[in-house]
Write a protein that binds this ligand. Structure first.
Ligand SMILES: [Zn+2]
Length: 358
């Protein structure tokens, strides 16, 4: 085995941060500007091993690894004429995923950013490459869903599997990674592990431990359905007791991570209570692991939490020091009866997830 690659790539192009879903929409691609500007101010892009990677447009063939041709046609049509009716494809003006002018083209670019990250990491040119405009894990084969148009994590995992690789996909967004799970539900070639707020209290309402895959895939879809208000201590225990042993047992050829930062305690859309402490813990484990690593963003609706956490994560990817200004100073932590209640429910989610594994 060759020496582990060093350095980290950051996918950036102003075009992946300038589209608007709708003026009042919670997903604001402009949030990435804050991440990039913070890293720039901290001198991150001048550090040894730092690379800025330009995204490319994904090809139609790559998109169709996961999506139906008729769905791609519908998105292209919506991109040209967003005012027609596309509700059959999950796109609606006042719904979660509105059609907007140029949506196909920018989605090719956000997807292609993940493909560039994949290629750079697999070639061993860097330890990890991250596309924070990607991680759009809810999109289905023929359905836009939960702010997601093309499912770049599923496309990346599918293309890696097509090369004969065993893929471990770890999703630490607050929401269940339902689109990725569905794409690989019947295969053992992609292990999907999603840690998320329980579907009892959060969109998309799925992601329970008994969704464990079928046929050859039985036991290769792992769901840790965490209780609302899970804090750092409980979340880190779930990560250590589920993600670490299962990925190590699986022995993947490549690690793919979705790093939505909507589980942050300040996020307005979810009820998880984690802080930058949890993310340092998880991202350091990813970095210290022996596998080629492709990373993506995901949800994140508190712009300040997005800015600080993703900047912090990229510094960890680089192996650089993290300044305290990026960390949460005083994250929430339960005590007393609430502590015991969260711990008990988290332990239940952990044991259910482990019991479902192959
Ligand atoms: Zn999310």
């Amino acid at each position: 085995m060759t020496a582990k690659a060093e350095g980290a790539g950051f996918v950036w192009d102003p075009r992946i941060a300038s589209h608007v879903y709708r003026d009042d929409h919670p997903l604001k691609p402009e949030r990435l500007i804050g991440v990039r500007d913070t890293l720039e101010r901290l001198g991150a892009f001048k550090l040894p091993g730092a690379r800025v990677l330009a995204p490319r447009a994904a090809t139609r063939e790559e998109i169709e690894r996961i999506h139906a041709p008729a769905y791609v046609d519908a998105v292209m049509q919506a991109s040209r004429d967003p005012n027609a009716d596309y509700t059959a494809w999950g796109l609606s003006a006042y719904g979660d995923t509105p059609p907007f002018a140029g949506m196909h083209e920018v989605s090719l670019l956000t997807t292609g950013g993940s493909l560039v990250a994949m290629e750079e990491s697999l070639a061993g040119r860097m330890r990890v490459a991250v596309n924070y405009s990607g991680g759009l894990h809810h999109a289905k084969r023929a359905l836009a869903h939960g702010f997601c148009i093309y499912n770049d994590p599923a496309i990346v995992c599918g293309l890696l599997a097509d090369r004969g690789m065993k893929v471990a996909y770890v999703d630490i967004d607050a929401h269940h990674g339902d689109g990725v799970q569905e794409a690989f539900y019947s295969t053992d070639q992609v292990l999907t592990i999603s840690l998320h707020e329980s579907g009892r209290t959060l969109f998309p309402g799925t992601g329970f431990a008994d969704e464990r895959g079928r046929g050859k895939g039985a036991g290769y879809s792992i769901n840790v359905a965490l209780p609302a208000y899970t804090d750092d201590a409980a979340y880190m225990r779930a990560f250590d007791e589920v993600v670490r042993p299962l990925v190590e047992r699986y022995r993947p050829d490549v690690l793919v991570t979705q790093q939505g930062i909507d589980p942050h305690f300040s996020d307005p859309l979810t009820h998880l209570q984690i802080s930058t402490r949890t993310r340092e813990h998880a991202v350091r484990w990813f970095k210290d692991s022996p596998w080629p690593w492709v990373a993506m963003g995901g949800g994140g609706y508190s712009l300040d939490a997005v800015r600080r956490t993703w900047a912090l994560e990229f510094l960890i990817m680089l192996g650089a020091d993290v300044p305290d200004e990026l960390r949460d100073a005083d994250p929430p932590a339960w005590t007393g009866a609430e502590r015991r209640a969260i711990d008990e429910r988290t332990d239940g989610a952990i044991s259910d997830a482990l019991a479902a594994a192959w």
